[in-house]
Design a protein. Structure first.
Length: 98
């Protein structure tokens, strides 16, 4: 049985300033079959979430108010399932810079 090893590309900084470079927070991995992500501000308020196999894509706006989120530290919780059926929970932080 062949075991495939995945690699996630998760940014630690992103800059949603409209210049076309690094404007969307995305997670990339070709071997992930299911991915759920949640993003929280430094006070623990959820500002965005997604469910997909493509890695989501946060543009820096609060999904509930539509307003741009301010610069600062944000936290993510990512629950993913790889092609081998193994589920993993990842937690970390990143910077939003405008």
């Amino acid at each position: 049985m062949e075991i495939l090893v995945y690699r996630l590309d998760i940014p630690n900084v992103f800059t949603p300033n409209g210049d076309g470079i690094n404007d969307v927070f995305t997670i990339k991995s070709p071997l992930v079959t299911n991915l759920k992500g949640e993003i929280y501000d430094r006070w623990g308020t959820k500002v965005y979430e997604w469910h997909s196999s493509s890695g989501g894509g946060w543009d820096g706006r609060n999904a509930f108010t539509g307003m741009p989120c301010g610069e600062g530290t944000y936290y993510y919780l990512i629950t993913m399932t790889d092609v081998n059926g193994k589920s993993t929970l990842l937690k970390s932080y990143f910077q939003l810079i405008r």
